[in-house]
Design a protein. Structure first.
Length: 402
């Protein structure tokens, strides 16, 4: 018996093999089906997916054999990987100097015939083989050899899929960890920024209310500018906080909600003057199992926008809820300035604003509608807008009923 040679780039080859994290894993149907098919095509009782480790060959799939590994020095496949992309065929191991004294030839399972096609990684490292064995001498046809090569390619596809899935999973874990750190940072930073800004708001408000009579008109106007600017910045920070919160909780924490009562509460909270009219069209018997906080935030953002950007003497908002199979289709329609067609596709993106100016003379923060879209999608729905300039906007979104 002649022991197999060790490859010159053995360290790199072993590292390549370990990168698939497949050694000593449980059997898998996909590999077992390939070895069964290889035996069927080549008309042999045994077939293996053999991977050559440092001092052993380990079988990811072993059709017709009970053992799961052997010493590397006895492995036919350890010879085969030296041929890299070429198939190793031994028609009669009893007559071959390399194998005639091999214990697997002289004893159980009494191997006579062997054919092994190397499994080569994309980097060119032979990892092992897809091989077939028989207890009698035989010759493979060209079609059988081609089939064995094709099947070995499928084994490598499975291994590559495994590797890429592991990489993707690891990247997701790292990304989630970074997102959590970022969310925590945003929350802490926003809180730390809001505290002094609230002080500025309180002080500027006190100056306007208590000392405007004793101040120069120019000074009063400057204080008002400061108050308005800080108020706008505070709204932006609130929007960032709302957008950055962990929305997975909204999927888990659901409760039954009677929609008509819910919308009545929303209406009472949002209508702050005679110039705001909110009407609803909803089945009085309609209930939904959903996260109340998320749903409240969706409606609050949409209605607040309609009021804030309303350009009519009376702001009219109509909310309609209809059922469609397992979904609710909800529209929130206003009579405001509308949204230009070229801006409709971008308004749901974070920090994207329209050309419209609110009643305080500011552009939006670009956070509100991004938050709405994120929440709706978290709740299993979709949102879109239909609008015509100077005639209003109609936001239509779907939600899962349960």
């Amino acid at each position: 018996m002649i022991s197999p040679e060790i490859l010159k780039n053995e360290t790199n080859r072993l590292n390549a093999l370990k990168s698939y994290d497949v050694l000593d894993t449980l059997p898998e149907k996909e590999y077992d089906e390939i070895t069964a098919l290889a035996s069927m095509i080549c008309n042999t009782p045994m077939s293996l997916v053999s991977l050559i480790d440092n001092d052993r060959q380990w079988f990811k799939s072993n059709h017709g054999m009970d053992i799961t590994e052997t010493p590397r020095e006895f492995a036919f496949c350890a010879h085969a990987i030296n041929k890299k992309g070429e198939m190793l065929i031994v028609n009669d191991a009893r007559q071959d100097e390399r194998f005639k004294n091999n214990p697997f030839v002289t004893g159980d399972p009494n191997v006579v015939f062997y054919a092994g096609m190397p499994l080569v990684s994309p980097d060119g490292y032979p990892l092992g083989t897809l091989c077939v064995f028989d207890v009698e001498s035989k010759v493979l046809s060209t079609e059988q050899k081609n089939a064995l090569e094709f099947l070995s390619n499928q084994i490598m596809n499975l291994l590559e899929l495994r590797k890429n899935t592991m990489i993707l999973h690891q990247n997701n874990l790292e990304l989630n960890a970074k997102n959590k750190i970022l969310d925590n940072f945003v929350s802490i930073a926003a809180h730390d920024i809001k505290a002094p800004m609230n002080n500025v708001l309180a002080l500027s408000n006190m100056l306007i209310e208590d000392f405007s009579n004793t101040m120069e008109p120019e000074a009063v106007q400057i204080v008002k500018y400061i108050h308005t600017s800080v108020q706008q910045s505070t709204h932006l920070i609130d929007g960032i906080l709302n957008y950055s919160i962990d929305k997975n909780a909204f999927v888990k924490d659901k409760e039954p909600i009677h929609l008509k009562s819910f919308l009545t509460d929303i209406k009472e909270a949002m209508v702050t003057g005679n110039n705001i009219q909110i009407t609803t069209d909803v089945d009085p018997n309609l209930n939904v199992l959903i996260n109340k906080t998320a749903l409240t935030q969706v409606f609050s953002n949409l209605i607040t926008n309609s009021i804030k950007y309303g350009n009519k003497d009376i702001v009219k908002i109509h909310i309609q809820v209809t059922e469609k199979e397992s979904q609710l289709i909800i529209s929130v329609k206003d009579n405001g300035p509308g949204i230009p067609l070229e801006e409709e596709n971008s308004i749901f993106e974070p920090f994207s604003t329209t050309s419209n100016i609110d009643n305080d003379g500011f552009h939006g923060t670009g956070i509100g509608l991004a938050t709405v879209k994120s929440l709706v999608e978290t709740l299993g729905g979709e949102i879109s807008v239909v609008s015509k300039v100077n005639e209003g906007a109609n936001f239509v979104f779907s939600l899962q009923k349960n």
